[in-house]
Each structure stands twice: as C-alpha cells, then as structure tokens.
Ligand binder design. Sequence first.
Ligand SMILES: CC(C)(COP(=O)(O)OP(=O)(O)OC[C@H]1O[C@@H](n2cnc3c(N)ncnc32)[C@H](O)[C@@H]1OP(=O)(O)O)[C@@H](O)C(=O)NCCC(=O)NCCS
Length: 174
Amino acid sequence: MSIIVRTNRLLLREVEEQDLAVLSKIYADRECMQFYPSLKSPAETRTWFQELSFDSYREHGFGLWAAVELSSGEVIGDCGITLQETPEGFEPEIGYHLWRDYWGRGFATEAAKACRAHALNSLGFDRVVSITSPQNVLSQKVAEKVHDRMEVYQKRLHGCGRTVDRYLYISQAK
Ligand SMILES: CC(C)(COP(=O)(O)OP(=O)(O)OC[C@H]1O[C@@H](n2cnc3c(N)ncnc32)[C@H](O)[C@@H]1OP(=O)(O)O)[C@@H](O)C(=O)NCCC(=O)NCCS
C-alpha cells in the first residue's frame, strides 16, 4: 500500500483494484454526479481510474488517490492531483469526489488542503489549481478554503462546441 499523506482524520493512498467497487458507487450516483455530463458505468469508472490513477502514478508520480477515513478504515472517496487543461496549458489540478454520506463533515477540504501542500512542497509545483462549474457550489466552498484566489474563464465543450464558464481556483508557491 502506497501512502501519500496522512491528515487528522484521513489517509490518502494510491487507489487499489479492490477500491473500484466502492468508488464506482460514487460515479454511478445521480446526486454525486449532478454536475458531470453523465453517470459512469463500472467499466467507465475503471477507465477513469486507469487513466487518472494507475497510468498517472506511473507517468507523473501523482493522480487521484483513495481517501480513507482513519477511524473506520473505509474508503470514502477520492481526492488527488491530475493534469487538467486551463488557460495556462496543462496544470496540476486538485479534484475530490466523496460518497454523499460523508459530505458536510469537512473531509474534502481536509484532503484537498493536504493535496495542495503535497503539490507545492513535495512535488515542487509553482502553481496548483482546482476547477469547478459555476453550478457546483459545494465544490466552490471547498476550493475557496483551499486556494488563494479565483478567476473565471471560458471553456469550449468538446463535441457541441458550446462555451461555458469555469471557475479556476489558484494556489501559488510563496
Ligand atoms: C464537492 C464535495 C467533495 C464537497 O463535499 P463537502 O462535504 O461539501 O465538503 P467538505 O467535506 O469540505 O465539508 C465542508 C462542510 O463540512 C462542514 N464541517 C462539519 N464538520 C467539520 C469539521 N470537523 N471540519 C471542517 N468542516 C466541517 C463545514 O462547515 C462545511 O460546510 P459549509 O460549507 O456549509 O460551511 C462533494 O459535494 C462531492 O463529492 N460532490 C460530488 C463530486 C464533485 O462534484 N466533485 C467536485 C468536482 S469540481
């Protein structure tokens, strides 16, 4: 088991094969996925973690990690760093997806703050961001607590060509 960081209440560790069942529940849930274009089948969730966890660990040394509640040992979701396209190019982005029973307890903020510190202090990035849609207020509240400032940018959606606003939360190494 490859541990990335430990916080007061959480362990962030590399995702393992046996985590995919519980993580698939999040990506197949209407409430958890309300700001995503569609729900994911178990096969689509596997592809997601293949790219953003397993391949990313090998290629970049970071990716989406499993968030484990220390008191119970349960995997409560994922949080981690992936490369995402922003107006500056591809940048390290902190993302978080928790099973909804664990919302409203500060776990996402705790995990994302640990990822911010890991990105800036251990991985040596000058800048790390989070991206949210204007509708995802819960995600914005997390990002506001984690990052230093926010900018709005326009993103052209693949396929339909429609342009949408995105909120870019930015942390910079001091
Ligand atoms: C985005 C998401 C992770 C946010 O989860 P969340 O539970 O709202 O965020 P946190 O875990 O940081 O919890 C924050 C809340 O817990 C409260 N809280 C309760 N106990 C707390 C404690 N011990 N410490 C800190 N905060 C605590 C905070 O007051 C805060 O509520 P508030 O914002 O109303 O003040 C969650 O909605 C989710 O998984 N959504 C689906 C996936 C998704 O959309 N991801 C983002 C893509 S951009």
